[in-house]
Design a binder for this molecule. Structure first.
Ligand code: BTN
Length: 258
């Protein structure tokens, strides 16, 4: 039997490897992590900077008939799983910037990209990819990311073994997803609300009609969307995308998203 978690050297993207595994019938929990990615992907078509040796790049296959009903919760569950693990096992005060950026002290320490495989009956499976900045020093980030990014080592002063981190991350995500698929989001939602760092913040966001607007985050809605009140008092619920923090007075030049 194929081991559930496999280490690989250099790959284009662990999501590519996991999508191939998904298509070839690999069961839920099958996961790969890599030393380096040559074409690491982020959300919204962005590149995920993936230098060798200092980060965790891990992707995990989920294939389950119950998946379709919980699809929007899957990336949120992955974020909650990893943030909770890092808080309880490593003492790192990781928060979530909705929907699923992992942040410490306002800087990004990890990101999640879930990609699906769609068959005739709907979504047949999903690959959950996570990038965690483990042992970067500031100079390991490209200059444009240096004001925005951090690593577990930078915030704790400790070195993190990537193999061990991969095993713990894999276990935490699998447990959280099993809970979600079995019991729905009831257990997840209060923890997501606790970890979320956007509530009360002034943000710039895209409305459903595609306009850029500014407002204040009211919190996470019952369905996992983000409730935002615009400057005219109108309420919006964002189901996808992201928000950009802006200063309470005037525009903030520091965007926490990358
Ligand atoms: C984001 O915040 O934009 C999401 C970043 C996701 C990066 C991870 S690294 C492992 C997996 N493979 C990829 O190519 N992307 C995800």
């Amino acid at each position: 039997m194929q081991p559930l978690l496999t280490a690989c050297g250099t790959v284009t993207s662990t999501n590519d490897v996991a999508l191939d595994l998904l298509k070839s019938g690999a069961p839920t929990g099958t996961a790969v992590y890599a030393h380096q990615q040559t074409a690491g992907r982020g959300r919204h078509g962005r590149q995920w900077h993936s230098p060798p040796g200092c980060a965790l790049y891990l992707s995990l296959v989920v294939r389950d008939p119950r998946l379709q009903r919980q699809l929007t919760w899957v990336p949120l569950a992955v974020g909650v799983a990893v943030a909770s693990m890092l808080r309880s096992q490593d003492g790192v005060e990781v928060g979530i910037k909705w929907p699923n950026d992992l942040v410490v002290g306002g800087r990004k320490v990890g990101g999640i990209l879930c990609e699906g495989s769609v068959g005739t009956g709907g979504v047949t499976g999903v690959v959950c990819g996570i990038g965690l900045n483990a042992n970067h020093v500031l100079a390991d980030f490209p200059p444009e990311l240096q004001p925005l990014a951090t690593s577990l080592a930078m915030v704790t002063g400790r070195t993190f073994g990537v193999d061990e981190l991969a095993q713990r991350t894999h276990r935490a995500i699998l447990n959280e997803l099993e809970q979600l698929l079995q019991g729905g989001p009831a257990h997840l939602l209060p923890r997501l609300r606790q970890l979320d760092t956007t509530a009360g913040r002034r943000v710039e966001f895209l409305t459903a009609s595609g306009d850029t607007a500014r407002g204040r985050v009211l919190g996470i809605a019952d369905d996992g969307g983000l409730r935002v009140q615009d400057e005219m008092g109108g309420e919006h619920k964002l189901m996808a995308g992201e928000v950009r923090f802006v200063a309470d007075t005037g525009p903030d030049s520091r965007s926490p998203s990358f």
